[in-house]
Write a protein that binds this ligand. Structure first.
Ligand code: GDP
Ligand code: MG
Length: 439
């Protein structure tokens, strides 16, 4: 998990209760974040639906760490969306394994061909042969040959005069003779998909059914990458996707959509121009990365802040109408608990720090536990209407909470002070039309 995610989990962990409304607000933000990250709309809908269904389940609501659970669900569903598990290369047990690289011009086919050969040699200890089947641009052949030289991996080429189909056939023959157990064919791309290109690719495919047809797509192209993947898949039947340029400033939405739109796994990601910048795609890690990079998580936080703000408004109304009760008080205590020491919070509220009576509201964490105990020992009526708490009631509350009677008295006094103070405050800020009370 990324550091950022950890941090946020720490923050949300304290959330003692997640209501359906919380989840709704969260999902609104998640939905927005996904759309902004260029994730396919249908995918977003499905995703939000799945997460919401799971998140409002009673298990989550009743769990001790609902905030964390919701994050876990978001992460799980993101992982599922991207295929769940890492999808390995399919090797043919009768060599050579044939891998065909296809995709639009500039997507990163030639570069990825080199990277993939490098990875296959290193990780699987195999002997790849690279095939220069992009005959439309002389530079393309040169580019592959240069990479081959750099990696000391053989490159098969026949110049630009021979058809790609012929080149591929001869290359596979040579691989058998020279005991190259993997053949990676770098094909030509176009700026747009066209019939001619597809026909050529189908002809190459027909020589010897490839074990893998990897579509190389540029992650920077966002939604377009998904459309391209869909088209190639329909025309050619790809077996997997390599998403390149994820090292760049991409919003990453393509990674989320491709799998669910094409039902073909992302197998590798390109993380740079160098020959070692190709990584197996791990859906779970990507999910963490997305959450970590986390516009999403900060938005979740924002959504929660929003919920708190709504509560604050509601509260303000109660102060104004003098209907603030001990039930509200304890809810506030719980909210405040996760924000930090109460006196410091109060001091952060404009105006309060200069207010008389603030020194009476100093509360630390341990004391807060005591306050809770006292309040929980009150009857519903007492909580709503503390004025009725006479000395015999005080005694009973003291006994019930295990706190001395002076403490009960002090709390009642504090509660009254607080009510007065809040009334003053809301009165003050109402005039300015801006009330950013965070408690
Ligand atoms: P092709 O036309 O599909 O063969 O694309 P190329 O392999 O020639 O790549 C096009 C450009 O993208 C080149 O400048 C590559 O260096 C660059 N490129 C490819 N993959 C990546 C990647 O994962 N990250 C970055 N930053 N650049 C890449
Ligand atoms: Mg190329």
């Amino acid at each position: 998990l990324s550091e950022r995610l950890q941090e946020t989990i720490q923050k949300i962990k304290g959330k003692g209760k997640v209501t359906e409304q919380d989840v709704k607000a969260m999902m609104r933000e998640v939905r927005f974040a996904l759309i902004e990250a260029d994730v396919n709309l249908k995918v977003v809908k499905e995703f939000v639906k799945n997460v919401s269904e799971r998140a409002v389940g009673s298990d989550v609501m009743k769990s001790l760490t609902p905030g964390q659970q919701v994050i876990k669900i978001v992460q799980d569903e993101l992982t599922n969306l991207m295929g769940g598990e890492q999808s390995p290369i399919q090797f043919n047990n009768k060599p050579p394994t044939v891998i065909m690289m296809v995709g639009l011009q500039g997507a990163g086919k030639t570069t990825t061909t080199g990277k993939l050969a490098n990875l296959i040699r290193k990780k699987y200890n195999r002997k790849p042969l690279l095939v220069a089947a992009d005959v439309y641009r002389p530079a393309a052949i040169q580019q592959l040959e240069t990479l081959g030289k750099q990696l000391s991996i053989p490159v098969f080429s026949m110049g630009t005069e021979v058809s790609p189909v012929e080149i591929a056939r001869k290359a596979i023959d040579q691989a058998k003779e020279e005991h190259n157990d993997v053949v990676i064919i770098d094909t030509a791309g176009r700026l747009h998909i066209d019939e001619e290109l597809m026909q050529e690719l189908k002809d190459i495919r027909a020589i010897k059914e490839p074990d893998e047809i990897f579509l190389v797509v540029d992650a920077m192209t966002g939604q377009d990458a998904v459309n391209v993947a869909n088209n190639f898949n329909e025309a050619l039947g790809i077996t997997g996707v390599v998403l390149t340029k994820l090292d760049g400033d991409t919003r990453g939405g393509a990674a989320l959509s491709i799998r669910s739109v094409t039902e073909k796994p992302i197998k590798f990601i390109g993380m740079g121009e160098k020959m070692d910048a190709l990584e197996p795609f791990h859906p779970e890690r990507m999910a963490s990365r997305i959450l970590g990079m986390g516009d999403m998580l900060s938005l979740i936080e924002k959504a929660q802040a929003q919920v708190d703000e709504d509560k604050a408004k509601e509260l303000e109304e109660k102060f104004k109408t003098q209907s603030f009760t001990f039930d509200d008080f304890i809810e506030q205590l719980q909210q405040v608990k996760k924000m930090g020491p109460l006196d410091e919070i109060l001091k952060m509220i404009p105006g309060v720090n200069k207010m008389k009576g603030i020194e009476n509201v100093q509360v630390d964490d341990k004391q807060m536990g005591h306050l809770e105990a006292i309040i929980y020992s009150m009857t519903k009526e007492e909580k709503t209407n503390p004025d009725i708490i006479n000395s015999s009631r005080k005694k009973r509350i003291s006994k019930g909470s295990g706190r001395p009677i002076q403490e009960v008295n002090r709390l009642l006094k504090q509660f009254e002070d607080m009510k007065k103070m809040m009334k003053q405050m809301t009165g003050m800020s109402a005039g300015k039309g801006k009330k950013k009370m965070k408690m």
